[in-house]
Design a protein around this ligand. Structure first.
Ligand SMILES: [Zn+2]
Length: 490
């Protein structure tokens, strides 16, 4: 018999009668034989002798049979058929029925199956889980939803001293605000939408708001009021990756305007495409790509591309070459602004200069903020959000948030950094029972580094393969870029 267990024959309140295999489930990837098992068990736990009210003998009453889904048994979905005796008092009509702790009666499941589904749903699709355990897709989904709601009450995170706010657009769900703990590199929360009212309202309910010392965002003016009114000790800093991204976008706008006037055959091509080449940092250019840029420089029609490339490079270098001194950085910016040629074609760079002036203090706070602000972590989080969304197409925001926030990797990091408030991650409870889910840890465990390593994402280039550029051809999806450019500057 596999496992004297079945959770030690359901915590020893039962004895096993028999196991009946059936081969009548649809054959699927999760279940090659279409097999399932019905495990018949009989309650052998204690039964009272006397009626608690009348103190007279209880008599045997018709027993009850309970059919509940359990975790897999020898690799196939299983149901427990539990024979449960009852007793009745002839005088008052009281009926005794033993309470089975390991069963979630409202769901017709063992609690360990509830835990397993909740944990698996962090990583896998509901369809997949439903097939593996022979439950309905809706059941799996409901288990996960109530898990998320329970966790929302139970798991409270310490308010970070360094908050990062970022925005991600998700099809059907719209704009989401992603809130991170930049110091510990954990995801703090996610919100649907990002207008000033909803942000202020959300910030207002964060406990210990005085803990927040720095808020790091992109250049979105409405943040100013939300931050000022809700975090009394916080300073606002603009993530430098959001700033330099504008230099890329200004350069792209010039490239698009020049390329649109060229015939298809005249378009300058490089291995990865000119768009990608221009975005590449100077020191990373291949010989071939460097030659293409030189070619632009020597051709009167294409020269603005080379100048745009230089302007982009010089702008990045305001940061890269002046990390030690805010004064030098400010001077480098002033020099850069003065170097923008008067031609109208460079207006987008002038707009960028204007934007820097608009957010001057917050942008140069970068040199004052005591922790390194990197968007590598944010990009990684955003990627996990996107992947969770792709996996669970059509899922609600609540499910997407739960799947992203309650990942083991995130929770463990939060707990290890002492940022978990309230009851700790229950180690013995039904969910996040680490021993119980050991077998599925491989599936659930998630090393954020794999995201850094698996994608050739370079934040200075700012292109995410498959999202806004085609890694095969190097083509940048211009519509998405221009759309961002227009909406962000509004
Ligand atoms: Zn009685």
């Amino acid at each position: 018999m596999e496992q004297n267990t079945i959770d030690e024959i359901l915590m020893s309140g039962f004895s096993l009668i028999n196991v009946k295999p059936f081969y009548d489930l649809p054959i699927s990837e999760q279940n090659h034989e279409g097999k399932r098992s019905v495990i018949l068990m009989k309650y052998i736990g204690e039964m009272p002798v006397l009626c608690p009210k009348c103190n007279i003998k209880l008599y045997a009453h018709t027993g009850k049979e309970l059919l509940v889904s359990d975790t897999t048994f020898v690799g196939a979905p299983s149901k427990l058929q539990l024979k449960i005796p009852r007793k009745r008092c002839h005088k008052c009509g009281y009926i005794y029925q033993p309470k089975i702790d390991s069963i979630d009666e409202s769901r017709f499941m063992t609690k360990r199956l509830v835990a397993k589904i909740a944990n698996l749903a962090l990583k896998r699709s509901f369809d997949d889980i439903a097939k593996e355990y022979d439950v309905s897709n809706g059941t799996a989904r409901n288990v996960f939803k109530s898990f998320i709601r329970e966790k929302k009450e139970e798991l409270r995170f310490q308010t970070p001293a360094f908050i990062g706010l970022d925005e991600i657009k998700i099809k059907k769900l719209g704009e989401l605000t992603v809130i991170t703990d930049l110091e510990h590199k954990t995801l703090y929360d996610m919100l649907q939408g990002r207008n000033q009212t909803s942000l202020t309202e959300y910030f207002n309910q964060i406990p210990n708001r005085e803990r927040v010392l720095w808020v790091c965002t992109d250049m979105y003016r409405p943040f100013e009021k939300s931050i000022k009114t809700t975090f009394p000790n916080a300073r606002w800093v603009i993530d430098h990756y959001h700033v330099v991204a504008y230099a890329n976008k200004a350069m792209d706008a010039i490239r698009i305007s020049i390329q649109s006037k060229m015939s298809k055959k005249d378009r300058v091509a490089t291995k990865k495409g000119l768009a990608y080449t221009l975005r590449t940092r100077l020191e990373k250019l291949s010989l071939e790509d460097a030659a293409k840029i030189r070619e632009c420089r020597e051709n009167l029609d294409l020269e603005p591309l080379a100048i745009a490339f230089d302007l982009k490079e010089d702008f990045f270098n305001i940061y890269d070459k002046n990390l030690e001194s805010i004064d030098n950085a400010k001077k480098a910016f002033a020099d850069w602004e003065a170097s923008i040629p008067a031609d109208k074609i460079y207006d987008d760079f002038r707009t960028l200069a204007k934007t820097v002036h608009n957010f001057y203090e917050q942008i140069f706070n970068y040199w004052i903020c005591p922790i390194a602000i990197t968007n590598g972590f944010t990009e990684c989080t955003n990627r996990i959000i996107r992947e969770n969304n792709i996996r669970g197409r059509g899922n609600s925001f609540e499910i997407l948030r739960g799947r992203t926030l309650y990942r083991h990797a995130n929770l463990e990091k939060i707990e290890n950094n002492g940022m978990l408030l309230g009851p700790c991650i229950p180690k013995k409870g039904p969910v996040f029972h680490y021993e119980e889910v050991k077998g599925i840890q491989e599936v659930v465990a998630e090393d954020e580094n794999t995201y850094f390593n698996s994608m050739d994402y370079d934040p200075t280039i700012g292109l995410i393969p498959g999202i806004n550029f085609d890694p095969e051809t190097g083509e940048i999806f211009d519509e998405t870029l221009l759309e961002d450019w227009n909406t962000e500057l509004e």
